[in-house]
Design a protein around this ligand. Structure first.
Ligand SMILES: [Zn+2]
Ligand SMILES: [Zn+2]
Length: 347
């Protein structure tokens, strides 16, 4: 839990000193999604969903809330501008150029953020309808607290859950959001836990940040995917998961496991599970079971871990992984563009 200082930021308005007056104002929770906060506060204040709120803001109904809306939301609903900017981010749609910053992290690809098909944990969402920032990451498929697969389809109407819904826990069809409680695999849970801590380790509030950093430092290294990406930046972790998920492209989860989720969520689950299996097979030197996809896109994605803002750990691991996969692909000897970088000892 965040330190007490976190909650001391809701500024009082001169005209709301006494009693109960609208708009009701509240700080955004440390782990809360920016869109989710706007939706929850709209609901609390009788505004029927984000569509209506965007109208009030003079925005089109299809536009996304981003950090440029932090000031308005802060004045209206009371959260601090700094926390809202963190939770709203600047990630853009599609392949539009420019920097993609979300949850305090610079991201190589806007597609790392899923801003169109929101996911929820069917248990967490019952706690006041708060949506979590981590659920906005396309690669995160589970709630690490409840060890459940996130849901992105409404059981009531069978449609994809949307940000245009009536409230945090209420679909546009008026059904309370709920869904099948599917146990997530260990790698999904551990990846979600790691990602949440990484997100919080960049939070503007120092008490939130230091707690997350301390927990990350205490986490034991394990084998498999999580052992590999634990020392990395969030962006490099996301790149490695995408690359390894792509490398072992022929693997598919069984259809039963994939019921009642969108293809996007199913694909993200498969990517994590196959990336973990691939790393475990590389560890034992047996990668023969995987049918590997073509080498170039995989190699390019891993090489992106060496881009300008990468940490030394990112660069070192990317280099080692390229050498390892180079061997697996039985391709010509991989020659590094950065021969001065030391290699991390893998496997
Ligand atoms: Zn949960
Ligand atoms: Zn529905």
């Amino acid at each position: 839990m965040a330190g007490e200082s976190y909650w001391a930021h809701v500024p009082d308005r001169k005209d709301t000193q006494v009693g109960f007056s609208f708009p009701l104002r509240e700080q955004i929770a440390p782990e809360e999604s920016g869109q989710g906060y706007a939706l929850r506060m709209s609901q609390l204040n009788g505004v029927p969903g984000l569509k209506e709120l965007k109208k009030l803001m003079g925005k089109s109904s299809t536009s996304l809330l981003s950090e440029s809306d932090a000031q308005f939301l802060s004045m209206t609903f009371g959260a601090s501008v700094e926390y809202l900017r963190f939770a709203l981010g600047s990630a853009a749609y599609g392949d539009s150029p420019g920097q993609h910053i979300y949850a305090g992290h610079q991201l190589s690809k806007p597609s790392f953020i899923n801003r169109t098909f929101p996911r929820i944990c069917p248990v967490c969402i019952q706690d006041g309808g708060r949506s979590k920032l981590s659920w906005d990451f396309a690669a995160i498929t589970a709630c690490h607290e409840h060890r459940l697969v996130l849901i992105d389809v409404c059981k009531g109407c069978g449609k994809k859950i949307s940000w245009s819904r009536l409230g945090g826990e209420v679909c546009g069809c008026s059904a309370v959001l709920d869904g099948p409680k599917v146990q997530a695999t260990d790698v999904e849970v551990e990846f979600a836990r790691w990602s949440v801590l990484k997100i919080q380790s960049a939070h503007p509030d120092i008490s939130v940040r230091s707690l997350a950093i301390a927990v990350l430092e205490r986490t034991d290294t394990q084998g498999g995917l999580m052992g590999l990406i634990r020392p990395l930046s969030l962006n490099a972790g996301l790149l490695i998961v995408s690359a390894l998920g792509l490398a072992a492209k022929k693997f598919r989860l069984n259809e039963q496991d994939m019921k009642a989720t969108t293809p996007l969520l199913s694909k993200a689950r498969s990517a994590l599970i196959v990336a973990d299996s691939l790393v475990r097979q590389l560890e034992t030197g047996d990668s023969g079971l995987f049918e590997l996809s073509s080498r170039n896109p995989v190699v390019n994605m891993i090489a992106e871990c060496m881009s300008g803002w990468a940490t030394p750990a990112d660069k070192s691991l990317a280099q080692s992984l390229l050498v390892k996969l180079g061997g697996v692909y039985k391709a010509r000897q991989w020659t590094s563009p950065n021969p001065q970088l030391s290699q991390m000892l893998l496997f």
